[in-house]
Ligand binder design. Structure first.
Ligand SMILES: [Zn+2]
Length: 431
């Protein structure tokens, strides 16, 4: 007997903590069919925009993205909240940074993607409790009733995360817009048992600990909000003696998280994933998500720009939810090189990383920037005269392996001077 999706926070907590996940694909299909029925009966009729689609085949629902969701925001949400009202509340809170943005019991979240376009998201109390239940269920250290100090690094405060506070946890929010040194001092004083931060911040924290600026011993380290690179994962593991767990989430929902074996699985308990497969990407796809749990701002057939690489082999943990090899990043940040047949081929960031790893001289760090058909490779190394030609060769080998041609390559020493907040090792600049 399969319980109904959109279940209570307690059930969500128990499933995340003790559940083994779905044993078969058929179980997932049955569970999601029930979720979809509930969505059609209980949620869609309350949304002026979606009411007419409640009885239509899913394939007829419009494919959403951030721009469309903003355009129809007032009609899509089930609480009659006007876009302007929500935006005003979100911006006011962003400026003052001292109150949680709320409209009644609805929390307003603001996201700014790399495209610079603002996205607004709404969650009611139950949706926030469900999120907290999944996170705590999966990541709360044992024993269950032990007090925890949680450090959470984020770009802006959000009532979604404050819903976590309870007598068992001392919760400290670190604003990424504050100077990093100040955050480090507070972190050192807090001595967190659970450390949650974007991947690159975790990498910086690990480096600070290594340099003796910090003495913390978290029992759980969780990477959120951006791609965890193997480089950052390695330094975190070296310094703290544990592999970071990963939660792949955005304001649109918790899309995937690591199981006890360290594999990322799609969160198919709460979200149905359609795949917009990328040509020449060998199974790589952009997810089109339908979330069964969102009641305030329904997320239906919402296409994300992230490229996911599926792992077809079953996970030893026994959970049948789709396993991911990795999250490649945003489609806009991918390198595409022309193939022999004229069609572009996706060049994974991981292939570039491996090319750097095979260089005959040590490289501390690197950046690969593609702009106007030119590839500039920055290598932080003491022996550029050997590393440069070797890198050229390695990239040509990568291209040959993928059956494509690399653009003109220039190798420079050091790292580029003007890195923005979204520091990336592989970057595509579009005009
Ligand atoms: Zn697994």
């Amino acid at each position: 007997m399969i319980a109904q999706p959109g279940s209570s926070p307690l059930r969500a907590f128990l499933a995340a903590r003790y559940g083994r996940g779905f044993a078969t694909r058929n179980e997932i299909i049955a569970w999601q069919a029930a979720g979809l029925r509930k969505l059609r009966q209980k949620i869609m009729p309350r949304s002026p925009f979606y009411a007419a689609f409640a009885t239509a085949p899913m394939a007829d629902w419009p494919v959403m993205n951030k721009a469309l969701l903003m355009q129809h925001f007032t009609g899509i949400n089930t609480r009659g909240i006007h876009l302007d009202t929500a935006m005003e509340v979100a911006l006011r809170s962003e400026e003052s940074r001292d109150f949680a943005p709320m409209i009644g019991d609805v929390a307003v979240g603001l996201s700014t993607g790399t495209s610079g376009q603002r996205g607004l998201f709404l969650t009611n109390k139950r949706e926030r409790a469900l999120w907290a239940a999944v996170m705590c269920g999966r990541f709360w250290p044992s024993p269950l009733l032990s007090q925890q100090r949680i450090a959470f690094f984020l770009r802006a405060n959000n009532a979604l995360y404050e819903s976590l506070s309870n007598p068992l946890m001392q919760f400290h929010f670190y604003d990424l817009l504050n100077p990093f040194e100040g955050n480090l001092a507070a972190l050192d004083a807090q001595k967190p048992t659970v450390l949650i931060a974007p991947a690159q911040i975790l990498g910086q924290i690990a480096k600070a600990q290594e340099a003796g600026q910090l003495r913390i011993a978290p029992r759980r380290i969780i990477s959120v909000a951006e791609v965890l690179s193997p480089e950052d994962s390695a330094i975190i593991e070296t310094v703290f003696g544990q592999r970071p767990e990963q939660v792949y989430q955005c304001t649109e929902g918790v899309l995937a998280y690591t199981c006890r074996h360290g594999s990322l699985h799609l969160n198919e308990r709460y979200i149905h994933f359609d795949r917009d497969e990328i040509e020449g990407g060998n199974g790589a796809f952009c997810p089109v998500i339908t979330d069964f749990t969102r009641q305030t701002l329904p997320i239906l057939r919402y296409r994300l720009d992230d490229v996911l690489i599926p792992d077809p082999t079953p996970c030893p943990c026994g959970c049948a939810s789709q396993r991911l090899l990795r999250i490649e990043g945003r489609a806009d940040d991918m390198l595409w090189w022309p193939g022999a047949d004229g069609r572009p081929r996706l060049v994974p960031a991981d292939a570039i990383r491996q090319a750097v790893a095979t260089l005959p001289v040590p490289v501390r760090d690197y950046r690969v920037i593609e702009e106007a058909g030119q590839l500039t490779v920055w290598l932080d190394t003491t022996i550029p005269e050997i590393a440069g030609p070797a890198m050229q060769q390695a990239l040509h080998k990568v291209a040959a392996g993928l059956g494509c041609q690399p653009p003109a390559i220039t190798v420079k020493r050091g790292l580029p001077p003007d890195e923005g907040a979204k520091r990336r090792r592989v970057l595509v600049k579009r005009g």
